[in-house]
Ligand binder design. Structure first.
Ligand SMILES: [Zn+2]
Length: 437
């Protein structure tokens, strides 16, 4: 049986097929531990000793536990991750029909390993806007949570070179087959199947669906494998494992003199430059609002920022035994050997000497092993919310992540032990606070 931490991780992954559902899962967990949701449009009356969270766009959550000291004297200990993952985004207004078959048109969100979306059961999930009672748009979550479509490959006999690598064209090859009845449909003007299914799920008419953000996602559940159930295989482990580790660490922590902040940003996979993404004013403005509410406005807020420290948690490219030459032998982090500090000379990661040392000291105090990840010197790594968020908030940041295999595949693999260790290290961050360097 998997350990409690990986069971909880699998439940979180299964409940979170899209960023909207991830934010919903996070909000539900925060509420269950007594946190109060704040509406950004309202005036806030905040009390010491309570925990709060804000949910922007239904896909990006920031939770805040005020400290017992003034923010200007103690700063904020912050941990952040991202709620979104690569997927096929549905174009639901378009019905692709031929010889009684129907396919769902898609476009690509982020940078998936496209071939892994083919020939496997896909479910449909996301958010739709429907016409509310007073004529205003109302957001509703949809999660069909069952196999409804497949993107079939072409037979190898018609593409014998396919195993040498094939470039899938999103317009031509990635529409997902969702129906092929034996009889011709009686109503040729009927709405596309995806729209009908979503409307039926929500109990509304198709014409009441006014806007959609729907995705085709893996329909299979997360699972643990290995003799000791030491490996977890799932869709969206990048970066929902990071979100879950932060959420658990935040919920398990108690108020300290410093403020504690848990950040869950949407849209990292497409560059973060959205209303609710890291490349915007969301975090900085909320930190200021919380700082002012707890007695540190103006210069006090700037002092609070200068005292703060942030850990950006996102998956690291774990060492892959079948592709050892793709890694620098010293800097390829091994699964189930602890979280990795991620560093890059050109600051694709925010890590510097002091922030690395700060995270290493948190790990040491928590009894957690710590690895280091750098790509080969002839490669360029991906990036994270770390450098973006650090630039916009002015807060020293370290980039870290649990090693993960098959990053951006429809199913990725992580180490169960690494997840427990990440939670322990982040608990230490929330306990110790930002005064680490
Ligand atoms: Zn990521």
């Amino acid at each position: 049986m998997p350990a409690a931490a990986s069971r909880a991780l699998c439940d979180f992954l299964d409940a979170s097929p899209t960023a909207f559902h991830a934010a919903d899962s996070i909000a539900a967990a925060l509420r269950a531990s007594g946190a109060v949701r704040l509406d950004e449009r309202e005036a806030w009356k905040l009390e010491a000793g309570k925990t709060y969270f804000v949910d922007r766009n239904g896909s990006s959550v920031i939770a805040f536990r005020p400290g017992t000291a003034l923010p200007e004297d103690s700063g904020f200990a912050i941990a952040g991750a991202h709620t979104d993952a690569p997927a096929l985004r549905v174009r639901p207004e378009k019905a692709l029909r031929a010889r009684r078959s129907e396919r769902i048109a898609v476009e690509i969100y982020g940078g998936p390993i496209v071939s892994t979306w083919l020939d496997r059961p896909l479910s449909l999930a996301g958010r739709v806007a429907v016409r509310g009672k007073d004529g205003r748009a109302e957001a509703r979550l949809v999660n069909l949570a069952r196999p409804v479509a497949v993107v079939p490959n072409l037979a190898i006999h018609l593409n014998r070179e396919v195993n040498k690598g094939f470039e899938y064209n999103a317009q031509n090859h990635l529409p997902a087959l969702c129906a092929w009845p034996a009889e011709e449909a009686s109503d040729p003007a009927r709405a596309p199947w995806a729209l009908q299914a979503v409307a039926a799920e929500l109990g509304v008419e198709v014409k009441e669906v006014l806007g959609t953000e729907l995705f085709l996602v893996d329909a299979q559940r997360a699972l643990a494998f290995g003799p000791g159930a030491e490996l977890v295989n799932s869709g969206r482990a990048d970066d929902l494992a990071g979100c879950h580790a932060i959420l658990q660490a935040f919920r398990q922590s108690e108020a300290k003199p410093h403020g504690q902040v848990a950040v869950f940003f949407d849209n990292e996979e497409v560059g973060s430059a959205t209303l609710q993404g890291a490349d915007g004013v969301y975090l900085r403005e909320l930190l200021e609002r919380f700082s002012v509410a707890f007695g540190s406005g103006g210069e006090g807020f700037k002092r609070a920022i200068a005292r703060s420290f942030s850990v950006s948690v996102d998956a690291a490219q774990g060492w892959h035994p079948s592709y050892a030459d793709k890694y620098d032998e010293t800097y390829g982090p091994t699964l189930n050997a602890g979280p990795a500090v991620k560093a890059n000379a050109n600051f694709r990661y925010a890590t510097d000497a002091l922030s690395e040392a700060a995270f290493r000291s948190l790990c040491a105090e928590a009894g957690v092993p710590c690895q280091k990840f750098q790509v080969r010197a002839d490669q360029t790594p991906g990036s994270t919310i770390g450098p973006i968020s650090s630039k916009l908030t002015g807060i020293r940041t370290v980039d870290v992540g649990a090693p993960l295999l098959a990053m951006h595949s429809i199913r990725e693999t992580v180490g169960a032990r690494d997840h427990e260790w990440m939670i322990a290290a982040l608990r230490k961050l929330f306990e110790r606070g930002p005064d680490l360097y």
